[in-house]
Design a binder for this molecule. Structure first.
Ligand SMILES: [Zn+2]
Length: 169
């Protein structure tokens, strides 16, 4: 039995993630609290992101109209040229992010142009999200630059949970 430093509950070791696979040493917080930490991280970052968006809209009058027009143009273009969106995405600045567990083990490397949404996706879809302790990111001017850096990072740093190299966001 082991006491979790977050919730203070005494639990069997199977309720804790191992620090390193096969090491027999366990994290100080339980699996449930590990998941809560990760969720908290996402919600805090989402708040920061939303706040930034709201600030932006306030300081720019006519922003709503401008966005509606841009969206209409986008839909038109999309109908005549379905690859247009992908070309636009490729030119956007991208983040290369690294996800670590509490022990500093690299869990996952990825790139995204919508960091917040991508982290939310991971938190919902990835069974390993409960192990997340820390996320770092580096900015790149476009997708090609980020892809090159991602390729290096995955092949050299060998993240634990990367299965495939490409992703949509
Ligand atoms: Zn706990």
């Amino acid at each position: 039995m082991k006491t979790c430093i977050d919730c203070g509950e005494e639990k069997p070791e199977s309720d804790f993630y191992e620090r390193k696979k096969g090491s027999g040493k366990f994290q100080a917080h339980c699996k449930k609290c590990s998941g809560l930490r990760a969720k908290k991280w996402v919600s805090e970052n989402r708040e920061r992101f939303n706040e930034y968006q709201n600030q932006y809209r306030k300081t720019k009058p006519g922003e709503r109209k401008r966005r509606a027009e841009a969206q209409a143009r986008y839909r038109e273009r999309q109908e005549s040229d379905p690859d247009a969106r992908w070309r636009v995405v490729r030119q956007k600045p991208h983040d290369l992010y690294r996800i670590f567990d509490a022990e500093g083990t690299l869990l996952y490397v990825g790139i995204t142009y919508m960091f917040d949404r991508r982290m939310t996706q991971h938190s919902v879809r990835q069974p390993w999200w409960g192990e997340v302790d820390r996320i770092t990111s580096e900015n790149y001017p476009d997708r090609s630059a980020a892809e090159a850096a991602e390729w290096d990072a995955i092949s050299q740093e060998k993240p634990k949970y990367n299965i495939r190299k490409t992703q949509i966001l």
